[in-house]
Design a protein around this ligand. Sequence first.
Ligand code: PLP
Length: 397
Amino acid sequence: MKVSFGTMSITQSAKDKIVELLEKGAVSSGKTVRDFEEQFAALIGTKEGVAVSTGTDADMLALAVLYDFGAKRGDEVIVPALSFVATGNAVLHAGFTPVFVDIDRNTLNINPCKIEAAISKKTRAIVPVHLMGKPAQMDIINDIAQKHKLYVIEDAAEAHGAVYKGKNIGTWGHMSAYSLYVAHIISTIEGGIVLTDNPEMADILRSLRSHGRFCKCKQCVISAGEITCKKRFVNGQDRRFFFERVGFSSKMNELEAAVGLGNLAIFNDILDKRHKNLIYLIDSFQQFAPVLTTISEGKDEKIGPHAFPVLVSKDAGFSRDELVAYLSDNNIDSRNLFLSMPTQCPGFEFLGYSLGDFPEAEFAGDQGFHIGVHQDLGEKECDYFIEVVAGFVRKSR
Ligand SMILES: Cc1ncc(COP(=O)(O)O)c(C=O)c1O
């Protein structure tokens, strides 16, 4: 038996579309990307979707939008200390200073009680991350943001299909940023998308992903060879070569969008299978508490089933790494549960934080790992994983 971490669903409709696009020679961002944006935004429930190259770019471009809304380079952005490193990298690459807040060990998400202490005159935004698809406490976070006049950008990279208090994750903030990387719930292989209800923000995102250019129409398919734009020439001048802001090169291509459209067509099936696997593992892991713990799904939420996280207690009698190595020996692939970005990632040392500043995030960084719950796994693979873990715990304690 083999339990892989991720999978990739490429539907027959996606394959057919890819062949059609290749034969037409229409592969750079065009109508297929526009269709994907529209369908993804409709699925989550926002007016606009702007597809980009990666989830990291989705975070980065959403943040860069804030320069059109009064932010200055070097201003501060609040992020949880624990996330995939991309969240912190995106803040820095967008030109802001990340200010980290510790997480709550039970949710793996930013601890809302610790946010206000991190707010300064330079704070412009909060970026909550819905880690492992578990919704951050968006009602409390939005109240804090409103009180301090801050923007909220949800890092929903791992939270496709998550719901919190009756409202879809991805619709709580001013913008939300998704990764569409292979192991994620809806995938375009590589890719990302930013969602928003604000048409001005969406226009700026379209400009930012294409070098900051003036030209940012929602329906633009100019690069697919269909040059129909009536707004392109103003007073005889080509507005496509007028750049309004410091931009990025971050478009999605047609082939990726075709894979994404295929995934959207089977989204409910993917989500149901992954959610079933996740809840099965959460329930089964009760038997290992308090040696091994995980997250839970509250009555007022639905987790976007990205993966299954596990924390190994410090007095387990074995280390996280010993368990992970044993899983690997038994063909079960896993990933560590990320790191405390400011104190366990050397790239962030220059920010001046010290080990011990974020005990909860550091605990997850030292003691946590996660395994896949993807659509090509089922009860048989979950049972095998549980059996291997039970065997290890029995022999190690
Ligand atoms: C929480 C989080 N944010 C951002 C990203 C970045 O996404 P990508 O790998 O598509 O750049 C990821 C990727 O896994 C992620 O898990």
